[in-house]
Design a protein. Structure first.
Length: 305
């Protein structure tokens, strides 16, 4: 993604990542100039994936940012701090005691020549914040404002009136062209805009009043989040595992996990340790015996079988 900044064209590296188990979006933003990066709402189980992408893109993770204390997944902030030395940032009202930065309205987190500005957006939880890119072209809304919907308000000090005001005063005042990236979506939708949500959001758009919104939210009768009893206590500790156990990688060889989730070895290491490993050749028999040959000692098991 490219946009104008102080009369120059600067590259902003941006990736939207998805955890299918919790339907959570994680966002990577980085300076194409300095390679300094931030991650918004990382997921515990996706730390290897996120770390692989950061490494493959040649980035340095400076901060992880939480939009709120999640009830549906555990954050990967603590594990990422162990791997990258990144600082953990969270809203000042989240109740966490483990963050390096406690963000309030207007606070900025810089990455290279870019920054995101904190907007206090309580309602889903008391400590919810949103993050707005420096030129107001993008906003990351957590669970406060979703695509054609909003977060629930029936636990963690949720408050529908506070949510309505947060959205109208902090998010709907952004330019209509500002792209909105939610913390979750359960239908595969990825991005919206301020103008779209002001016009088409069935809970908040058009002329719907605060009282209309409150009445709607109080009658949702949603099921209790399945992971809330595990996720909330863990997130109050920034995702720190019991006994500070890191996410250990296999250590029998110098393995690296790539962004596709595949463990890889350098061919030179395999060659040097060929007698200690079993190599599987998954090509067809005519390829195994063909002109390209095969690795000494490799066992043929064609992929189709």
């Amino acid at each position: 993604m490219f946009y104008g900044h102080l009369g120059q064209i600067m590259a902003l590296i941006f990736r939207q990542l998805f955890d299918p188990q919790s339907s959570t979006y994680t966002y990577l933003l980085a300076s194409g100039k300095t390679k300094e990066a931030i991650l918004i709402d990382p997921v515990f189980e996706q730390v290897r994936r996120d770390s692989a992408l950061i490494q493959e893109l040649g980035l340095k993770l400076s901060h992880t940012l939480e939009t709120h204390v999640h009830a549906d997944h555990v954050t990967g902030a603590w594990l990422l701090k162990q791997r990258w030395g990144s600082k953990i940032a969270a809203g000042a009202e989240t109740g966490t005691t483990c963050a390096d930065l406690y963000l309030k309205q207007g606070d900025k987190v810089w990455f290279g020549e870019h920054f995101v500005e904190t907007r206090s957006t309580p309602g889903h939880t008391a400590g919810c914040v949103s993050y707005v890119l420096d030129d107001e072209s993008m906003a990351f809304t957590g669970d406060v404002l979703l695509i054609r919907g909003s977060g629930r308000t029936d636990f963690q000090q949720g408050d529908p009136r506070a949510m309505y005001r947060s959205i109208h005063l902090q998010l709907f005042t952004l330019p209509d062209t500002c792209l909105l990236y939610p913390g979750h979506d359960y239908r595969g939708l990825t991005v919206s805009s301020v103008g779209e949500e002001k016009r088409f959001n069935p809970r908040l758009g058009g002329a719907l009043s605060e009282n209309d919104f409150v009445g709607y939210m109080k009658n949702l009768r949603l099921a209790h989040p399945k992971k809330i009893d595990v996720a909330v206590p863990a997130n109050l500790l920034c995702g720190q595992p019991p006994e500070n156990q890191p996410m250990n990688d296999p250590d029998w060889a110098p393995l690296t996990c790539n962004f596709a989730g595949i463990w890889e070895l350098q061919p030179s290491w395999v060659e040097e340790n060929l007698d200690a490993v079993q190599v599987l050749d998954v090509r067809e028999p005519d390829e195994y015996t063909g002109p390209l040959g095969h690795i000494r000692g490799a066992r043929l098991i064609p992929l189709g079988s």
